[in-house]
Write a protein that binds this ligand. Structure first.
Ligand SMILES: Nc1ncnc2c1ncn2[C@@H]1O[C@H](COP(=O)(O)OP(=O)(O)OP(=O)(O)O)[C@@H](O)[C@H]1O
Ligand SMILES: [Mg+2]
Length: 276
C-alpha cells in the first residue's frame, strides 16, 4: 500500500512542483513504484516539468467524472517505467473535483504504488483541500523568506486542524543560500525551525541547475551532467522519506557548488558546442 505525501506551501512559487518532480523521480530511480498527481487544476505544470505534456490523453477530471478508470489516465514516464503521472486539466476548475473524489482516486491507486506524491496548488482554498484530502503525510515547502514562512505556518495550522499529527507534517526549506546565511543576510535553519516547530526533512539549495533542468522538462535528478551535490541532497531527502536516518547536511554541504572537475567538464562541453 502506497504512502501518500502532499507537497504544499500556502505561498506560491516556492518549489512544490519542482520538488514533486525531483523527489518522485529520485524515488522511482531507487526502484519504488511511484505516482505523481498534479492537483493544480487549471494551472497544471507538473507534466511540463516532467516532459510528459504531449502524452496526456485523460486527466484527473476525467477520472473524477467517471469517464475513465484512473489507471487509463496515468501517463507513464518515457524512461522510468515505474514512474507515472496523473495529470491535471488546464480547462477545468478546482470546483469540478471534490476532496471525496481525491480520496477515492488515491485509494484506488494505493495498491499499485509504493509512493504517491500530490503536487498541491498555492493557496488554502478548495484546491488545497482537494490536494490534501487523500494524503497521510505532508511536506510543507517554504523558502527562507518571511512571507513564505508565515504562509507555511498557516498551512501547518490548517493541516493540524484537519487531523494531521505533528509527526506527519515535515518541513522542506527550498532555495536555501548558504552564503547569505553565513553573512547574516538570510534566516538560518534554526530560526525557521523555531518559527514553525516542525521537524526538518530537508534543505535544498538555490540552484541554477534546477532552473536549467526545469526549462528542459527533465528533472535534475535524471541528468548526469548536473550538480552531484544536488543529486546527493535530493537523494538524502528521498532516503529520509523512506525512513532512513540520514543527517541533515551542514551549511558547508549546502552550497550549490559543482565539483572542480565537473565545472571544467561543463565548460569544455559548452565551449565545444559553441555556446560560449
Ligand atoms: N532550489 C531551487 N533553486 C532554484 N530555482 C528553483 C528551486 N526550486 C524551484 N525553483 C524555481 O522556482 C520557480 C517556482 O518553482 P515551482 O513552480 O516548483 O513552484 P510552485 O511552488 O510549484 O509554484 P506554484 O505555487 O505556482 O504552483 C521555478 O521557476 C523553479 O525553476
Ligand atoms: Mg506548482
Amino acid at each position: 500500500m502506497a504512502k501518500v505525501y502532499v507537497l504544499t506551501s500556502g505561498k506560491g512559487g516556492v518549489g512544490k512542483t519542482t520538488l514533486t518532480a525531483n523527489l518522485g523521480t529520485a524515488m522511482a530511480l531507487g526502484g519504488e513504484r511511484v505516482a505523481l498527481i498534479d492537483a493544480d487544476i487549471g494551472l497544471k505544470n507538473l507534466d511540463v516539468v516532467m516532459g510528459l505534456e504531449n502524452r496526456i490523453i485523460y486527466t484527473l477530471i476525467d477520472v473524477a467524472n467517471g469517464k475513465v478508470n484512473v489507471f487509463d489516465a496515468l501517463v507513464r514516464h518515457k524512461q522510468i517505467k515505474n514512474l507515472s503521472l496523473l495529470p491535471a486539466s488546464q480547462i477545468a476548475t478546482k470546483e469540478m473535483i471534490s476532496p471525496d473524489d481525491m480520496k477515492r482516486i488515491i485509494n484506488e491507486m494505493k495498491e499499485r504504488f509504493d509512493y504517491i506524491f500530490v503536487d498541491c496548488p498555492a493557496g488554502i482554498e478548495r484546491g488545497f483541500r482537494n490536494a490534501v484530502a487523500g494524503a497521510e503525510e505532508a511536506l510543507v515547502i517554504t523558502t527562507p523568506e518571511l512571507p513564505a514562512i508565515t504562509d507555511a505556518d498557516r498551512v501547518i495550522g490548517l493541516l493540524e486542524n484537519m487531523g494531521f499529527q505533528d509527526d506527519k507534517i515535515h518541513l522542506i526549506v527550498n532555495r536555501f543560500k548558504a552564503h547569505m546565511v553565513r553573512h547574516g543576510d538570510m534566516l538560518n535553519i534554526n530560526d525557521i525551525k523555531s518559527a514553525l516547530s516542525i521537524e526538518v526533512m530537508g534543505i535544498v539549495p538555490d540552484s541554477e541547475d534546477i532552473i536549467i533542468s526545469t526549462n528542459k522538462g527533465i528533472p535534475l535528478v535524471l541528468e548526469d551532467g548536473s550538480s552531484a551535490n544536488m543529486h546527493k541532497i535530493l537523494n538524502g531527502i528521498v532516503r529520509r522519506l523512506k525512513g532512513e536516518e540520514i543527517p541533515i547536511p551542514k551549511l558547508s554541504e549546502l552550497e550549490d557548488k559543482k565539483g572542480f572537475l565537473e565545472a571544467i567538464k561543463s565548460f569544455f562541453k559548452r565551449h565545444q558546442s559553441g555556446d560560449d
